[in-house]
Design a protein around this ligand. Structure first.
Ligand code: ATP
Ligand code: FE2
Length: 329
């Protein structure tokens, strides 16, 4: 009988430092994380690195404690290699290299976007979906084809979460503003016309953001939050519907931090029920940045022989979803 594999994964590409431990047979043994939030203003790269370095030791300790295993039970170390913010990612990557050398464990660089997809597939029991990956820095419509996760359509400027967070900043909110904007959505009384920008299968959000920012103070915050989300989510829904129609696939799988938006889920559910497509939404704990998604993808990659020499265990700020060779699907 082949030995079961246990992988430790470290996430640190943006706001969250996370450590997850996944056992091939028993699933997720631990998923510890700490998120850098602000009362006002956005994310500052240097502060992210400081936050991650400060919290990593306690996160690692509780991941080991909660999983009930020791270093000797861990077969491989995975870390988030990008896309992400260089200073923040460096903390997780450095820790992973150090652990790998100290405990003599193979190391696996994991594409953060691919990890969002793999954990969603695992948690939602989804085999061959159209994936909607919506997060702070990314907005992509994706499907697996011939050894890659192919990007059918994507944002040409900012990610949809970034749109929500930047707009929220204008209303005096801190980071993350997404959950509060999502709450305001359901308190709106009116709709304000804002620019809708879909180009084939791609999307633009910056014009929409500027137009909404210019209306702050002239319309109610709830109405603006509703109009901004309604317009952006309709754009995303349109592209997903086209991807489903083109591919004939019967599942839409939503992942990334913005997957937690109730407003987005409602709109996608209406479109999917009209097309007899099953909508699957990755649970919040696993759709937002976390270590278990890196550990799970690292485990799949390790089994596919994708461990690297420690000198090759680097990070890449613009590591695209469709750059990663997918040889485990
Ligand atoms: P990536 O590198 O994948 O872009 P990320 O750094 O943006 O990841 P995630 O945790 O995947 O991190 O997503 C964070 C985003 O999700 C933030 O923009 C946040 O405002 C948004 N978000 C979180 N919860 C909600 C919610 N309930 N409704 C809308 N947006 C949300
Ligand atoms: Fe993410």
């Amino acid at each position: 009988m082949a030995p079961r594999i246990v992988c430790l994964g470290i996430e640190s590409t943006a706001h969250t430092i996370g450590a997850g431990i996944v056992d091939e047979k028993c699933g997720i043994l631990a998923n510890e994380k700490h998120m850098h939030t602000t009362a006002k203003g956005g994310l500052i790269p240097r502060e992210l690195a400081d936050h991650h370095a400060r919290h990593l030791p306690e996160i690692l300790r509780s991941a080991l404690l909660n999983s009930g295993i020791g270093w000797s039970d861990i077969d491989c170390i995975a870390y988030s290699a990008g896309p992400g913010i260089g200073t923040a990612m460096g903390v997780g990557a450095t820790a992973a290299r150090m652990i790998s050398l100290l405990h003599n464990k193979p190391i696996i660089p994991v594409n953060h976007s691919v990890a969002h997809i793999e954990i969603a597939k695992k948690m939602c029991n989804s085999a061959d979906p159209i994936v909607l990956y919506v997060s702070g820095g990314n907005t992509q419509i994706i499907a697996y084809e011939a050894g890659k996760y192919r990007v059918y359509g994507e944002t040409l400027d900012i990610g949809i979460g970034n749109l929500l967070d930047s707009f929220g900043r204008g209303l005096g909110m801190g980071f993350p503003a997404g959950p509060e904007i999502d709450r305001l959505y359901f308190e709106a009384k009116g709709f304000v016309e804002l620019p809708y920008s879909v180009k084939g299968m791609d999307l633009n959000f910056s014009g929409l953001l500027t137009a909404a920012q210019k209306r702050i103070g002239k319309s109610g915050n709830e109405d603006l939050a509703y109009s901004l989300c309604h317009t952006a989510f309709a754009m995303v829904t349109e592209c997903c519907e086209r991807a489903l129609a083109h591919s004939g696939k019967k599942e839409l799988l939503v992942t990334g931090g913005v997957a937690a938006s109730r407003a987005l889920q409602e709109m996608l559910a209406k479109m999917c029920s009209g097309r007899k497509v099953e909508l699957k939404v990755c649970p919040k704990e696993h759709s937002q940045d976390n270590g278990a998604m890196i550990a799970w993808t690292g485990l799949l990659m390790y089994k596919a022989g994708r461990a690297v020499n420690v000198e090759k265990a680097i990070t890449e700020q613009h590591f695209r979803t469709d750059q990663e060779k997918i040889d485990w699907v």
